[in-house]
Design a protein. Structure first.
Lengths: 114, 700
C-alpha cells in the first residue's frame, strides 16, 4: 500500500495504490488523519487500488464522515468495476461522488458548493 | 492514548499478550487494542481459546484460559493486537464424557462460539468445502458500525401488513431473474421495484441464520440429482447471517450486504421479518457431529431424556432447551441483536410451541421464554409471529400463550379456505369466521393475531393447489413418502400441466378467488413468493432439498401469467385503500356507528338471508364503511363455490350511494378487476356470479 498526496487548486488529490485491508488501513488512516482539517475537498484516485476489504471500505467512509462534518466534499475517481460492485452491494457507494477521470472528479468537486 | 487504564496485557503466551476479560457480553467483542472473548459452560473443567489466521488449516495459537480468568461459569479473556479482519476463533472445552449424566465434552473438537457474529467455511453457496478441516464452521469478528443514517424499523401496524414469504436464494436464483447477483441479498435489493409494484409491505425471509447447505446432502437414488439442505431450517449460528446468501460472502461482507438490503427495503416502505428456528440446532441427536452446543454444555442447551439421549420434539434429532434460563437469554440476546443491529422488524418462530415446553418437554402454562419475549424492552415494537405447533404433537393455534403480543400462522384459515374453494359442502359457516379474522379462534386477541394464508413454503404453491390432487415428491428421493398428504387440493380435471383451455381458465379463476378472499379477510394476509403469477413446483409439496428450478421462482411466468399478477396487484391495492378491511378489533355484529347497518352482515343469494345450510357453497357479506377507523366505502363480497352461476341480490345502500364492480373473477381480463376508484357502476339490483367465482362490489 502506498500513498501520494498533492494539491490541485484547493483540492487534495490522494493517489492510493495496492490493497487496503486491516493490515494497511491503520497506517493509511494515520497518514490521512490531518487531511480533512486542511482541505474541504478531497479527490481520491482509486485506479491503482486492487482490493478493498471491509476495513478498507470503513476507512473511506470514516474519511467521508470527517470531511462531511466540516461541510466538505469527497470524490472517488477511477474505481474498478469489481470494487464499485462490492461498494454498491454493501451500501458504501451511495455516499460518494464518483468520476471516471481526475479531470471529471475535480470538475464535480468544483461544481458542488463546499 | 487509550482512556481506560485497564486495557493493557498482563499475561503472555507464545507471543500473544492478553489479560482477564469481561464476562459480558458473551461472544467476541472488539475493544480498544484487542478482542474480548467470553464463553459460558456450566460443567467444563477447562477452556482453551483457539485462534486461526483466516483460512489456515492449523491454529496460530491455542491459549488455555488461566483458572483466574473464570468468573462463575464464564471464561473470559482480552487478547491484544489481533488482526480483526483475518482472525478466526474457536474453543476447546475440557470436561467429562458421561452421556448418561448429560455430558458430552470432547476436547479433540474445536467448537463454534454460540454468539459468533459471522461464520466462515461456507462463504459461497455449495462451494465444496475442505472436509478434512479440523474446524469446519469458523467464528469471525464483525465491524458493527454500519451507517444506517436515519433508518429504523418501520413499525407498520400489524393490520396494515401484507406479508410476502420468500426464500432468499429461490427468489432470484433462476437464470432469468434479471438481477446482477442471483440468489443473494443483493438480488432481492434489485427486485425492490417489483415488490413495490406488487404492493406488499413486508418480506418474511425463510431462515437466514448461518446453516450448512451440505447438511444431509445426498444423491437421489434413481436420478443421481444432488439434494441439499436448501431451506435451511437447521441453525448453525444464531447471530450470523448466511454467508452463502451474500454476493460478497466470499469477501466476508455479508453483514453489510444484508444491512444494506434491510435499509433499502425500509426506504421503500417494506418491513423485514425473519423466520427463526430456535427449536433445534444442526447437531442432530447422539449420532450427530459435535460442532458447538453439544461440546460446550450439552446438558444446558438440549432437552435430554433421563438416560442422556435427546428429546426430539422438533423432528430433527434434538430440541433446544429454550426454557433453561441460560438458553432463554441466548434467544433474547439473539433477537435483540437482530432488532438493534440489523433493524429487523419482527420474527416468525418455526415450531414455536417448543418454546413453551419445560426442560423435560412438558407444555408450560406460563412459559418464561415466551413471556420474556413479549415484555422485552428492545423487542417492544417487534412483530412476533408463532407457528403455533410442533413435531411433538402440540397444536396451539388459538391457545398459544400470547401475552397480548403474539400473532400466529392461522392453519385453520388455510384449511377452511382451501375446502371452501374446492366446493366442499358446509364450509360456508367456518369461512364466515375466517374472513372475520377468526373470532372463534382469537375471541380476545382480535383479528391481528391471525396471519392468514392459503399457501406457504411448506406445501403446494397456489398454482399447484389448483392443479394437483396429490403431492408429487418423487424428486425428493423418498419414494413420495415425505410431505403432507392432506392438502385440500383439487386439480380441476387433469393432474398437473394441461392443454385443456377450460381447465386452465378455471384454475386461473380459482387462483384469483383465493387471492381475493385472502386480501379481503380481516387479519394479516401472507402471500408465498411467486403465487401472484402462478409459480409451480410441479406438484412437489415439500421442496426443502431442491436448489433447482423446482424451488426457484421462474420469472418468465410473470409475463406468461401477467393476468394473475395484474389481478393480485389490484386486489392488494384495494386492501391498502380500504381501512374497513383492516380492523384491529373483532366485529361487534351491531350498528355501533348508527349507520343503519351493522359493521358486518351476512347474506345469501338474497340480501339479509345468509345460507348456513349444511349443503351451502355460497357466502356473501357486507362491510359497512361507516364502522371503519376512518370513514370508508361499503364493501360487498359474493363468493360462489357452487358449480353453476347464481344470482345474488346485494343489500340496498343508503340513498345517494351506488354499488360499483371492483372484481368479478368469472370475467376475462381486463373486466376481471378494476383499478381502485375506477370501478364501473352497477346498474342492476341483482348480480350474476359465475360458477366457482366471486364478485366484489364497492359502495360509495
Amino acid at each position: 500500500m502506498t500513498l501520494e498526496i498533492r494539491t490541485a487548486d484547493d483540492v487534495a488529490v490522494v493517489m492510493l495504490e495496492g490493497t487496503i485491508d486491516s493490515r494497511t488501513a491503520p497506517a493509511l488512516e494515520g497518514q490521512l488523519r490531518d487531511l480533512p482539517a486542511k482541505h474541504a475537498k478531497i479527490l481520491i484516485s482509486m485506479s491503482a487500488v486492487d482490493f478493498l476489504s471491509s476495513a478498507g471500505l470503513r476507512l473511506l467512509l470514516l474519511l467521508y464522515r470527517q470531511v462531511k462534518s466540516r461541510g466538505g466534499q469527497i470524490a472517488l475517481v477511477d474505481v474498478s468495476e469489481d470494487i464499485r460492485d462490492v461498494m454498491s452491494t454493501t451500501g458504501f457507494l451511495q455516499f460518494f461522488t464518483l468520476a471516471d477521470t481526475e479531470e471529471h472528479g475535480l470538475a464535480a468537486l468544483r461544481a458542488q458548493s463546499a | 492514548m487509550d482512556t481506560r487504564i485497564d486495557y493493557y496485557p498482563t499475561h503472555e503466551y507464545n507471543g500473544f499478550r492478553f489479560r482477564r476479560g469481561r464476562p459480558m457480553p458473551f461472544g467476541a467483542t472488539i475493544v480498544p487494542n484487542g478482542v474480548n472473548f467470553s464463553v459460558f459452560s456450566s460443567a467444563a473443567t477447562g477452556c482453551t481459546l483457539v485462534l486461526f489466521q483466516k483460512g489456515e488449516s492449523k491454529p496460530v495459537v491455542e491459549i488455555p484460559f488461566p483458572e483466574e480468568f473464570r468468573i462463575g461459569s464464564v471464561y473470559c479473556m482480552i487478547v491484544f493486537d489481533l488482526d480483526e479482519e483475518r482472525l478466526e476463533y474457536g474453543y476447546r472445552i475440557d470436561g467429562p464424557w458421561e452421556p448418561e449424566h448429560g455430558h458430552r465434552f470432547d476436547r479433540t473438537k474445536i467448537l463454534l462460539d454460540p454468539y459468533a457474529k459471522t461464520v466462515g467455511g461456507r462463504d459461497v453457496w455449495l462451494r465444496p468445502p475442505n472436509w478434512d478441516d479440523i474446524y469446519q464452521h469458523r467464528a469471525r469478528l464483525v465491524f458493527e458500525d454500519f451507517d444506517w443514517e436515519a433508518d429504523t424499523p418501520l413499525e407498520i401496524p400489524m393490520e396494515d401488513l401484507v406479508i410476502y414469504e420468500m426464500h432468499v436464494r429461490g427468489f432470484t436464483q433462476h437464470p432469468l431473474s434479471g438481477v446482477k447477483h442471483r440468489g443473494t441479498y443483493a438480488g432481492i435489493r434489485d427486485k425492490i421495484p417489483y415488490l413495490k409494484s406488487l404492493g406488499v409491505n413486508c418480506v418474511e425471509l425463510m431462515p437466514i441464520f448461518e446453516f450448512d447447505e451440505w447438511e444431509n446432502g445426498r444423491r437421489h437414488p434413481e436420478t443421481g440429482a444432488w439434494l441439499t439442505n436448501y431451506w435451511g431450517y437447521s441453525t448453525l449460528a444464531f447471530f450470523a447471517p448466511k454467508a452463502g446468501f451474500a454476493a460478497t460472502g466470499r469477501l466476508g461482507m455479508q453483514v453489510d450486504e444484508l444491512k444494506t438490503l434491510v435499509k433499502d427495503l425500509h426506504r421503500n416502505g417494506i418491513e423485514v421479518i425473519l423466520d427463526v428456528v430456535f427449536n433445534h440446532t444442526n447437531e442432530g441427536d447422539h449420532r450427530g457431529p459435535t460442532m458447538s452446543f453439544r461440546g460446550l454444555d450439552n446438558k444446558t442447551y438440549y432437552m435430554l431424556t433421563p438416560g442422556g439421549f435427546y428429546y426430539n420434539f422438533s423432528g430433527c434429532g434434538n430440541t433446544l432447551n429454550c426454557n433453561h434460563p441460560v438458553v432463554r437469554n441466548l434467544v433474547l440476546d439473539c433477537l435483540r441483536y437482530w432488532t438493534a443491529e440489523y433493524h429487523v422488524d419482527g420474527f416468525r418462530f418455526d415450531l414455536a410451541s417448543i418454546l413453551g415446553r419445560d426442560q423435560n418437554g412438558a407444555p408450560l402454562a406460563n412459559p418464561p421464554l415466551l413471556e420474556s419475549l413479549a415484555y422485552d424492552p428492545v423487542l417492544a415494537r417487534s412483530k412476533l409471529i408463532a407457528e403455533a405447533w410442533d413435531a411433538g404433537g402440540l397444536y396451539q393455534v388459538g391457545s398459544f400463550p400470547a401475552y397480548g403480543r403474539w400473532a400466529e400462522w392461522n392453519g385453520k384459515y388455510r384449511d377452511a379456505l382451501r375446502r371452501f374453494l374446492k366446493g366442499e359442502m358446509g364450509v360456508a359457516g367456518e369461512m364466515a369466521a375466517r374472513i372475520q379474522g377468526s373470532p372463534d379462534v382469537y375471541p380476545y386477541r382480535g383479528p391481528t393475531a391471525s396471519v392468514n394464508f392459503v399457501t406457504c413454503h411448506d406445501g403446494f404453491t397456489l398454482s399447484d393447489l389448483v392443479s394437483y390432487n396429490d403431492k408429487h415428491n418423487e424428486a425428493n428421493g423418498e419414494y413420495n413418502n415425505d410431505g403432507a398428504n392432506d392438502n385440500n387440493s383439487w386439480n380441476h380435471g387433469a393432474e398437473g400441466e394441461t392443454d385443456d383451455p377450460e381447465i386452465a381458465r378455471l384454475r386461473r379463476r380459482q387462483i384469483k378467488n383465493a387471492v381475493t378472499l385472502l386480501m379481503l379477510s380481516q387479519g394479516v394476509p401472507m402471500l408465498l413468493m411467486g403465487d401472484e403469477f402462478g409459480r409451480t413446483q410441479r406438484g412437489n409439496n415439500n421442496a426443502y432439498c431442491h436448489d433447482n428450478e423446482i424451488a426457484w421462482v421462474d420469472w418468465r411466468l410473470l409475463e406468461q401469467n401477467a393476468e394473475l399478477f395484474r389481478y393480485a396487484r389490484e386486489v392488494i391495492a384495494f386492501r391498502h385503500a380500504h381501512p374497513v378491511l383492516r380492523r384491529r378489533e373483532p366485529f361487534a355484529h351491531a350498528d355501533v356507528a348508527a349507520s343503519g347497518y351493522p359493521d358486518i352482515s351476512f347474506h345469501g343469494t338474497e340480501a339479509w338471508v345468509p345460507d348456513w345450510d349444511g349443503t351451502s357453497r355460497v357466502l356473501a357479506w357486507m362491510l359497512c364503511g361507516k364502522h371503519a377507523r376512518v370513514a370508508d366505502d361499503y364493501i360487498y363480497v359474493a363468493a360462489n363455490a357452487y358449480w353453476d352461476a347464481l344470482f345474488f341480490a346485494p343489500p340496498v345502500l343508503p340513498p345517494g350511494m351506488a354499488w360499483h364492480v371492483f372484481a368479478n373473477t368469472s370475467m376475462a381480463p381486463p373486466e376481471d378487476i378494476h383499478e381502485v376508484g375506477k370501478e364501473p357502476r352497477l346498474n342492476d339490483g341483482r348480480i350474476m356470479v359465475g360458477p366457482r367465482s366471486l364478485m366484489v362490489l364497492v359502495g360509495r
